[in-house]
Design a protein around this ligand. Sequence first.
Ligand code: ADP
Ligand code: MG
Length: 340
Amino acid sequence: MKKIIGLLLISLLLCACSDPKQEVHKYSFFAFGTIIELTISGVEKSLADQAAGELETDFERMHKDWHAWNPGPLVTINEHLARGEAAPVSEDLMPLLIKAKQLALISGGTFNPAIGGLLELWGYHGDDPPTRPPEKETIEDYLKHIPDLADVEISDGLVRTDNSSVQFDLGGFAKGYGIDRAIDHLKALGIENAIVNAGGDLKVIGQRYDRPWRIGIRNPRKAGVMASLDVNDGESVFTSGDYERYFIYEGKRYHHILDPRTGYPASDFISVTIITEDAALADAAATAVFVAGIKDWQLVADRMGLNKVMVVEKNGVIHMTPEMKPRMQMVVETINVQDR
Ligand code: ADP
Ligand code: MG
């Protein structure tokens, strides 16, 4: 009897392996300053390999063209704007800038992709994190001409503004925009089940052959996850945290998500997670809600049309919208902020 069961098991396993629908293909490459992990299920390896190659090339190009400080198309636009000139925009960048403006407007300015100058002042326009904050006066001077996307006109292949402090930095949503594009590319190749994951920010289509795609949300203060969840077909999950890029100066943590209202790192939250379909929106919204803080986070989420939001306060308390709650299987109930 035992032998028969053993044989049955072996043949079942062989079946699973030889059925391409049940294979999971994994790839990884580097782009947008992080490792992009691509997982594809339900197709032959040759098609998955082809898709991975094409996506890697796409991501390389997006990373280069949309870079905020390495010479390239976006830097050229910023140079024009700094001189007070209208800047020609390529067909590739046009929809990105239009979307950036639209997201900035609905966020009420908490997501402000025109604060490249402020990020540069803070020393975030370089590969290494800065070591000390700028002088208070430097920030105050900057805030006198704080860029507002409402004053930026994007049309007829040109971007124009009277405010020469406008400097695009798309770091708050380019990854999301790129992931939307990657998923569209996979669909165009006939791939229906995949996950594109850029360092924990991700979008999925379909499912793993046997069950939904399952992911974890990183604990903002120690290795491991704070929650896990099943992600449905077409959903994106994006998290912004104060642990991605930061430095400690005189015992205080300074991170890379800046509040355009104060010029300083947003101070209420240590992590914000958003679930919604549009990855560009999810990415921008994670940044916007992070900046909005404890008083305004629900207001900003509403304005941006989001109902699945989780925020972690700097004291470790976790809050969730009613629609988010049933989605999260919590591993911890609060974050121990003493951990680092
Ligand atoms: P990450 O990509 O590191 O997960 P975010 O999506 O929150 O985190 O993006 C942070 C990046 O967004 C910063 O490095 C900077 O380029 C940009 N940024 C910082 N503050 C803002 C802001 N208030 N609005 C728009 N972009 C911002
Ligand atoms: Mg973001």
